[in-house]
Write a protein that binds this ligand. Sequence first.
Ligand code: ADP
Length: 562
Amino acid sequence: MSLGEQRLFRGAGVDRRLGALHPRARVLLSQLPLTLLFGAGLTAAPAAWGLHLASGWGQSALALHAVLLLACLLVPWQRFGPLAPLAIPVLDLAAIGLSRVAAAEELPGLGVLSVLPVVWIAASQLSPAVIVSVSFLGPLLAGLPWYFAAGAEDSPGRSATVVLLALMTLAVALAMQFARVQLRRQQRKIEAKEAELQALLAESRERERLLNTILDTVDVGIVAIGANGRRLLTNSWQARLEASAATAGPAGPADPGWEEQLLLTGRDQTTPLPPGRRPLRRALEGESFADHLVCFGEAPGSRVVSTGARPLKNDDGGFGGAVVVYNEVTGLVNALAAKEDVVATVSHEFRTPLTSIIGNLDLVLGDELPLPVLRRIEVAQRNAERLLALVSDLLMSASSAVQVHPRKTDLAGLVEASLGSAQAHAQSSRVSLAMDVPAPLWANVDPLRISQALDNLVSNAIKYSPGGGAVTVSAWADDGRVLLQVEDSGIGMTAADAERVFTRFFRSPAVRDGAIPGAGLGLSITKAIVEGHGGSITCSTLPGCGSTFTVDLPAEGAPQAF
Ligand code: ADP
């Protein structure tokens, strides 16, 4: 609101307060300035007072002033219309006219008092034409007795005074009319703005109601926090979840320290979650995350919740708080655990007889056998071994998280061993194997798991070079990380295939149409192993030009996961 509008607003406030007064008090307040000024004039010029008392004009003037003051006090103005009190200023003009006849010489400024009744009339609800006419004619007519009371020699001077006074009161009335028009225009503007504000307020209340209903209807928890950690919003679902994990502490849900009092545990549902890993604390530190699993309460009966957070930006683009969403996945996690149990049991049941079959076939192969029987037993043994490998892959790919047990390991040794065991396969496929790894190359990794990942990559490199070729395994350390690369000169892949290559059960169309065996699980397992170490794996490839798989591992091992 501009300064002018603020003043107008204050002015409108004064108007409202005057309007709230009793009609009699209002009329009296309007009359008082004239009465006081008139009284002050007579007091200041005692001769004028004498003249008033001495002449009939003066006595009539005093009597009229007194009657008007009494009328202001005694007449029940509220019973008459809003225009009735205007009789007072009109009669005031007459009283001033009479006073001028009695004492104009002693009090030459008496005529100027006509401005006060004119102001009163000009501020009324009369039409502008009536106001303008009364403002000019009233003082003019009231000046006539004084004009005619003078001798002929004074007449020119007096006529000019009478007309000038009438013109002056007319100018005052016109100025007031103009100001009133301006005032009305401004008031209309303010009223329009107020109506707009009211509409916006109603709309925002409506939106708030809608938002609250949505927040309380959804089956997820939602918390919004300000940059200082204070809660701006907690929906009812979240309030119930927090109540289920609350411990008896001094803080309440509105306190920034409330989250630390909740019984939150990690994925094992037992280890208490350190403060730095709690969702609200992470969000408050400006982190943006998704699928951060947290357990509310203690096992059994704890609730597994997947949490995610996004920071809020303030007007300057800085951190203004965050929104954290909680989605309960207890049912899903339990179902996954049950599935892992079933797969583990079934795989175990498969593995035991398969190991026994392979062992017995090994024994039989040691015997002297006719060549056709030998060939058949070798086929049976190869297929039994493939079946055992497939069962192992299925078992591993079914478990949701790969367990890694890192220790200081020489990667050069692992690469050498992997290439050694792939030698026979490479020879039969006419593929040459090469290694470019400085020895020793230390890293904090799980040797069994990394060997498994390396074996997968090397066996793929040989398998997908059907016409023979070269496979090179290189590794090097780089700024706290260790990079492992398996490069082949085989069939390669299209860009679309390369994008899906780490997806479970994916096999490229070219491979599916050919006779190269596989289940599409090796690379997804390799990826899980690498990520279990806190690393990443990428593939760059071109159809017909070979593929390069690069594994990037932190040399110090993965940070502790919760
Ligand atoms: P599998 O080899 O048992 O099919 P993987 O998960 O190891 O399963 O590989 C998935 C798919 O990726 C393969 O079927 C193949 O299409 C493609 N692939 C993997 N490694 C290579 C490679 N070195 N060269 C070309 N294609 C590859």
